[in-house]
Design a binder for this molecule. Structure first.
Ligand code: FE2
Length: 134
């Protein structure tokens, strides 16, 4: 008999952040392919690492959440965002960071909070490279 946990209030937040991670990867990837001008190589590399990592976290966090709650998430699409400048990508990262913090507040266990901490660490590292190295 599978273990089922009644944490439905966190399901929507978890599904939303997974969808945001997936869309963030696509939005950042499109930007990655359009970066040009001074500092563009460092930015191209930093955004390249980011879109790859965030896509991986979408999958690993969703699997972990589903395995903990023994429920499948209903992952709705997140609208695409136009990222055209370095300021846009930094704002995108800031907003994602804030949404992760809100999600952490309702997570049912510390392991899931910790996985989201890893995403925040990766975002901060990306933000550092974008602001200071490009
Ligand atoms: Fe690339």
């Amino acid at each position: 008999m599978a273990l089922k946990r009644p944490y439905s209030n966190s399901d929507k937040m978890a599904a939303s952040i997974v969808s945001q991670f997936m869309q963030s990867s696509n939005d950042a990837h499109r930007y990655h392919l359009q970066i040009t001008g001074p500092g563009s190589y460092a930015q191209h590399m930093a955004v390249g690492e980011f879109y790859d990592a965030i896509k991986g976290f979408a999958d690993s966090f969703a699997e972990e959440y589903q395995g903990f709650t023994m429920k499948l998430l209903k992952i709705e699409p997140t609208p695409a965002q136009e990222i055209k400048t370095k300021d846009d990508i930094v704002n995108h990262l800031n907003n994602l960071y804030i949404n992760i913090e809100k999600t952490q507040e309702v997570m049912p266990c510390s392991a899931l909070v910790n996985t989201l901490d890893e995403v925040k660490s990766m975002i901060s590292s990306t933000r550092y490279k974008l602001v200071f190295l490009s």
